[in-house]
Design a protein around this ligand. Structure first.
Ligand SMILES: [Zn+2]
Ligand SMILES: [Zn+2]
Length: 133
């Protein structure tokens, strides 16, 4: 059963039944809420989702969207939008214990993407930092 957690471990969740979708969202709401250029998400059935530990803080980021995050360490964890995705909990893929298990299948909301995102793969890569190589 896949599990995930926030950075400090105060919130732990699990789910079963697999993912309904797996995508990377580039919208401005995700960007600002995560403080990151894009956010990978998987959608799971709400009935198959369980909070194993802790109580997340809720934040309404748009009229339909309720986001849940850890009030202690600030990690964004999941959101619920009953209009767009009824019966679904959308989980931030990168908070899974094994994010490799759910590779994204598509990019969405590219209209909002920061332009330099498209050239990140052209940058020099270092296993840690340039001074260590
Ligand atoms: Zn936390
Ligand atoms: Zn988004």
């Amino acid at each position: 059963m896949p599990k995930g957690r926030c950075h400090c471990g105060a919130i732990v969740y699990s789910f079963q039944g697999g993912a309904r979708h797996s995508s990377v969202c580039h919208c401005e709401d995700c960007r600002r809420c995560a403080g990151a250029p894009a956010v990978p998400w998987i959608g799971v059935a709400a009935d198959d989702f369980a909070i194993e530990k802790g109580s997340p803080v809720e934040y309404r980021s748009s009229p339909d969207t309720q986001r849940y995050f850890c009030g202690k360490c600030g990690t964004g964890l999941w959101y619920i939008n009953e209009n767009v995705s009824p019966g679904t909990v959308d989980i931030q893929t990168a908070t899974l214990d094994d994010p490799e298990e759910f590779a994204p299948e598509k990019n969405v909301q590219m209209t909002d993407a920061i332009q330099w995102e498209s050239t990140l793969h052209e940058l020099p890569n270092f296993n840690r930092f340039p001074s260590d190589e």
